[in-house]
Design a protein around this ligand. Sequence first.
Ligand SMILES: O=C(O)CCC(=O)C(=O)O
Ligand SMILES: [Fe+2]
Length: 141
Amino acid sequence: MTRAVIESVQGITGYTKEQYKSEAGIVNFYQMPDALMAHQDRSEVNMEAPLVSFSLGHSCIFVIGTESREDRDPLPISLVLRSGDVIVMSRASRKCFHGVPRIIPNTLPTHLANNMGDDEWPVFSDFLSTARININVRQII
Ligand SMILES: O=C(O)CCC(=O)C(=O)O
Ligand SMILES: [Fe+2]
């Protein structure tokens, strides 16, 4: 999946699917009141490789600025990330401060809210009824 994403944006990132190594993944489970403060992802040795981020469940507000927390020009921009959206942070945006100030209530897609016929689905839909899940994949080295 991540390699397919990398392939589709190769012209923008300059990274081929052969070069990209999905070496680590972070899964963030958000509940409705949760927020993720502004931060840079800089634990990776390789800060040039793109970061691929998948959204599931409720939508959120995603804010991204520049490489400096203090910058006011340009101001940070806000995006709505919906279930199924994928963002790729590469080149300059790879090092930009970003955060998730809000999960947006009542934005769970109906196909995730409805029972899929699986005995265990009520457990998932109960969890998702107030949740957003983000999976972000990184190359470390
Ligand atoms: O939840 C998101 O969309 C962003 C997560 C994030 O920035 C991170 O885990 O570093
Ligand atoms: Fe991040």
